[in-house]
Design a protein around this ligand. Structure first.
Ligand SMILES: O=P(O)(O)OC[C@H]1O[C@@H](O)[C@H](O)[C@@H](O)[C@@H]1O
Length: 317
């Protein structure tokens, strides 16, 4: 599929200090950092970004009890949701998969780095670094392969720039039959105090309110406060950018590319207490998930076709 908004290429390296990329000695994590102090940590387990720092400031929330050894999806950071969002519907090809699919619990392969083609975040030269991760049907566990028997290839590109992080997924149908999928980036943003957070860029969008018996509504808030358990799936949002404000000041811009939907989730006190891997127990005060995706209905990919989509998150300090 041709993308309407392809990231532009960056200029040739300037010869100054270079971004650094390290692979942990146990081969479980890739860390990239820029000479200007930004860094990102990506686990091969789930290709889950578990840390993204702008200088000393951590932008992502990660549970103190997150399980990082590959036995369970990570509670925090940016888990990748594919090929189904939420509990799979009974009458669909994904019906035998676990909630949110297998991408977040599979081990991905690190495909390498580049600094020459980093796109949307670059201001020129080598001020960005792009890490590529791959997952294909041949790397899946026997259980996942059996539950969703399609041939596919995913390439997930994580680009660290000075003022933002870009995450882009390329999905390719490598089989002979079409398949349908959903995709979402389950970003846990770190916030100082949820009681002083508002979310903009959703006004006028219709949403399913999962905490109100999955009823449908239209967003009427220009700046949505988060005052209780929140689990809303917004569909076909007109604006590209969803912003998180702290104390009325912009803290994050989340810019969608070729993705129309977004979930806003905070479990609040009781649901957080019920999650064994959620810590500290009052951690819900310091996080908000703004999850961009394509989750209303299905993306259909014919044999040989590709789909590409992602987000840029800007940390506005
Ligand atoms: O506990 P999980 O599987 O990581 O899911 C967390 C949440 O993920 C959100 O995307 C869903 O909208 C919520 O309903 C869900 O509770």
């Amino acid at each position: 599929m041709e993308r309407s908004k392809k990231p532009s290429a960056i200029n040739a390296p300037s010869g100054g200090p270079q971004p650094q990329v390290d692979i942990s000695s146990d081969n479980s994590k890739v860390t990239a950092s820029l000479p200007t102090g930004e860094s990102v940590d990506v686990l091969l387990h789930g290709a889950t970004i578990i840390s993204w720092k702008s200088g000393k400031q951590e932008n992502l929330w990660l549970s103190e009890k997150a399980v990082l050894d590959g036995s369970k999806a990570v509670r925090g950071g940016i888990p990748v949701v594919f090929p189904v969002f939420g509990p799979p519907p009974a009458n669909h090809a994904t019906s035998k998969l676990p909630q949110h699919g297998f991408a977040r619990t599979s081990r991905w392969e690190y495909l390498g780095k580049s600094t020459s083609e980093s796109g949307a975040l670059s201001q020129g030269g080598d001020d960005c670094v792009k890490l590529d991760f791959g997952l294909s049907s041949s790397n899946l566990s026997a259980d996942a392969k059996k539950a969703w028997p399609y041939d596919f290839g995913l390439i997930y590109s994580v680009t660290l720039g000075r003022d933002g992080l870009q995450t882009v997924m390329n999905v390719r149908n490598e089989g002979k039959q079409p398949f349908e999928f959903q995709f979402l980036l389950h970003t846990y943003l770190a916030v100082k105090d949820i009681s002083k957070v508002t979310v903009t860029g959703l006004m006028g969008a219709t949403y399913t309110n999962k905490v109100l018996n999955a009823t449908n509504h239209t967003e009427t808030h220009a700046a949505l406060p988060i005052t209780a358990e929140t689990d809303r799936v917004y569909a076909s949002i007109a604006q590209d950018t969803t912003s998180v404000l702290q104390d009325g000041k912009p803290r994050f811009d989340v810019v969608r590319d070729n993705l129309d939907d977004a979930v806003v989730w905070n479990p609040w006190r009781e649901k957080a207490a019920a999650m064994g891997d959620f810590a500290p127990k009052d951690g819900w005060r310091n996080m908000l998930c703004v999850e961009v995706g394509s989750v209303n209905g299905w993306q259909k990919l014919e044999a040989g076709d590709t789909f590409e989509a992602g987000q840029v998150i800007k940390s506005l300090l």
